[in-house]
Structure formats: C-alpha cells, structure tokens
Write a protein that binds this ligand. Structure first.
Ligand SMILES: [Zn+2]
Ligand SMILES: [Zn+2]
Length: 402
C-alpha cells in the first residue's frame, strides 16, 4: 500500500511543525516538571479533535488516533520524550530559550513536534488507514528513574502490539539514519561509596587507617573488572568519577568518598559488574581494616532493538530515503529509557541524523546545541509510515486468524 498521501501532507505541514518545535524550544521545562509542556501538547491534540489522557506517569500524555476502521484492529505506539535540561541556552537565534538556566539541549522539543505532525495527518485521513495509533508523550527521560516505567505502570502500552521511537541526533549528518538490531544503547548504573578509615597524625600512620590509601587501592582494583574479569568480547565501562579525601598534608584522612558509573549492554554482564564492585569493595576495605557504605543506584537497562521491528523500520527508511541514507548504528554508552518499553513489547528505536556544519554542529547537552530542523520531517515520515505499515501487516494477521 502506498503512503504518498501521508508524506505529501506532512510536507505541507512543515511550517507548522517548525512553529511547534520553536514554541517548545522557547518554553523548556526540566525533567518531572513538564506541566506547561503537557498543557501545550493537550491544547494541540484538542484542536485536532484527538482524544487523550493526561497525567500519565507524571506529566505524560497518551493520545489515541482511531482510523474509521479500527474495531478489533491492532494498536501500535509512537513515543516522544518531553523534558529539557538544566543548561543555559547560549545560542543566538530568535527561538532561544526564554527560561534562564533551562534548555532543550537534547532535541526532545523536536520529538514532540514530530509526533504532533504525525497526529495531525493521521487524524485528518482516518479513511485512508486502518487500526489505532497511540502517541506517548513521555516526561523525564533525562533523569533516572525516568518517566517510561511510570507510564507503563499507568497503562500507557496496555494493548499495544509494538512501539517505535527516534532520537534526532546531531553526531550524524542530516539525511542519514542509523540503527542496529539488539542492544544499541547501554545500561547505566551508578555507585556511591564512603570509605571509613581512622584519622590521625600524618607522622604516626601506624595508629590510623588511611582512607586515601584504601581509596587509591580500590580505584586500581576496580579497573580489573573490565580488563581481567569480563570477556574481552563484552563491551563495558567502569569509571570512577570522583575521589575525595583528606584536608591537609599532615593529617591522615579518616574518610574517602568515591562515586562512579557502570555501563554495559548484556544483562548478565551488568549483574557481573555490580557483583564485582561489591566484592572488590568489601575485600579491599577489609584488607586495610576500613569499613564502608556502598550504594549502587540502578539506572536504565540497555536499549534492545527487536529484530523484526528493526527490520521493519529499516525497510521503511530505505524505501523513503534510499539505501545510502541508512547506516549501521554503533553501540553507544549513553542510556535511553525507551529501553523499558522493549522489556514489555517489541520495540525499535532509530537515530535520525540532524547535524550540519552550521548551527547543528554541537553535541547533545551542549549550551550551543541545536539541530537541523529539516530532520523532523524525515523523523515524522519514518515513524508515521512505520506505524502504518506495522498496522497493515498486523491487521491482515488478525483477519487471517479470525
Ligand atoms: Zn539527553
Ligand atoms: Zn535525549
């Protein structure tokens, strides 16, 4: 089935798409505070005549677009994240953030605008497709525990057969897209450790337990988790980000505080790393006679792209934009809470190139961050047509089974 009507009408909506994005860019809200953002989304959905549920998983919104023919038909979902970051917008442009210290520096404004454009076209053409498309506007992607888990608990993906998402991505140039099946973005866990030694005179170390020495030994030992314990074929990171101890040169430090981050792709490796951090901490501290307090904060799991749904997205990308547009995504160590949806239903997530040599050359989370706005149309075509094709296939399967 051809979806030229969809692409055509999206193109006609381009000015509106950019206006939505720029409004959202000017009015960013941080994770867990997306109240006005949700209000804006709700207003747009209302104007389109689309039914929605607000307050889902915090400030999340779930909107359902029903084709004329939808009885007993499958539901597929598309997801956009809503939150901005605690960064001062340093760009010079007419749509710069109006909120001091807060900025859409990851492109989530573009994700929301993209979903609104898809909603608009699907809602106006309910006679041209079959089934139900659910839109998830999800709060709090940037800060663990994140909004996805809470939205799932609040029923956002109940009855949904598959879900798709994108990230506009400036490290990839506009016009290119990247995806890989299986794990694409890492699981992230952080650790927070306090080592308790025994302070005293710098000239009398034998009466003390030196927290600096224990901390230094521990930093060394933690390096062996990746280099000596895990399979060399399993990518993982153990980074000690901070180590703070002591006050002055002639006092033995009684306490050291060490924080770090743990990243992995395989769930087995993830558990191995956590177990090794606990094991090494326990034994190194014991060796020196120190006590400790270790807290491991589990973050997002690895983002795992479903094989079939990734193949579907890939096929749509090739059909829409040509074979040359598609790259194999390299696994990345940043995390993404879209991963949680994939733990419940088949899910696939693609990176849509949004970089250029002019305004969009800065990395995500940078005070000068911006993206190539033309990428939003590509993202909308990709997500919209993927949803329509998935519905078409699933609809036929349902009919055959009846
Ligand atoms: Zn981000
Ligand atoms: Zn992001």
């Amino acid at each position: 089935m051809s979806y030229n009507w969809f692409n055509q009408q999206l193109l006609e909506l381009n000015d509106q798409l950019i206006a939505w994005r720029r409004y959202l860019h000017q009015h960013p809200e941080r994770s867990y505070h997306e109240e006005q953002t949700a209000h804006f989304i709700a207003q747009q959905l209302e104007a389109m005549g689309i039914a929605y549920r607000s307050g889902v998983g915090g400030h999340g919104i779930v909107a359902d677009i029903l084709a004329d023919e939808h009885e007993g038909a499958p539901i597929v979902a598309l997801r956009a994240d809503m939150d901005a970051l605690e960064i001062q917008d340093e760009k010079q442009c007419e749509y710069v953030s109006t909120v001091p210290g807060t900025m859409h520096a990851c492109g989530h404004d573009g994700h929301m605008a993209t979903l609104l454009a898809i909603a608009n076209v699907l809602q106006r053409n309910r006679d041209k497709w079959r089934g139900q498309v659910r839109l998830l506007f999800q709060p709090a992607e940037e800060v663990s525990p994140g909004g996805a888990q809470q939205m799932i608990k609040d029923g956002a993906i109940d009855g949904v057969s598959s879900i798709y998402g994108v990230h506009l991505w400036t490290p990839i140039p506009y016009g290119k897209l990247a995806i890989c099946e299986g794990p694409m973005m890492a699981a992230v866990d952080d650790f927070f450790l306090t080592i308790n030694g025994k302070g005293g005179h710098g000239g009398m170390p034998h009466t003390c337990i030196d927290a600096v020495v224990v901390g230094a030994a521990l930093v060394q030992q933690l390096q062996t988790i990746v280099s000596r314990h895990l399979s060399p074929l399993e990518p993982a990171v153990v980074s000690v980000g901070t180590l703070q101890a002591g006050q002055t040169q002639n006092i033995i430090a009684d306490r050291a505080i060490m924080n770090g981050t743990l990243r992995s792709f395989s769930p087995v490796v993830r558990e191995q790393i956590i177990e090794r951090v606990e094991h090494i901490t326990r034994h190194v501290c014991e060796m020196y006679g120190a006590s400790y307090d270790l807290h491991i904060r589990r973050g997002y799991p690895a983002l795992n792209n479903d094989l079939n749904e990734t193949e579907r997205m890939r096929a749509v990308a090739i059909e829409q934009f040509g074979e040359a547009s598609l790259e194999v995504a390299e696994k990345m160590m940043p995390a993404e809470d879209f991963a949680y949806y994939g733990q419940h239903i088949p899910a696939s997530f693609m990176l849509v190139g949004a970089g250029n040599e002019q305004e969009a050359k800065y990395p995500h989370h940078h005070p000068m961050f911006d993206f190539d706005e033309r990428a939003m149309i590509l993202a909308a075509e990709l997500l919209g047509v993927t949803a329509l094709k998935a519905l078409e296939q699933k609809y036929c399967e349902v009919r055959v089974n009846v």
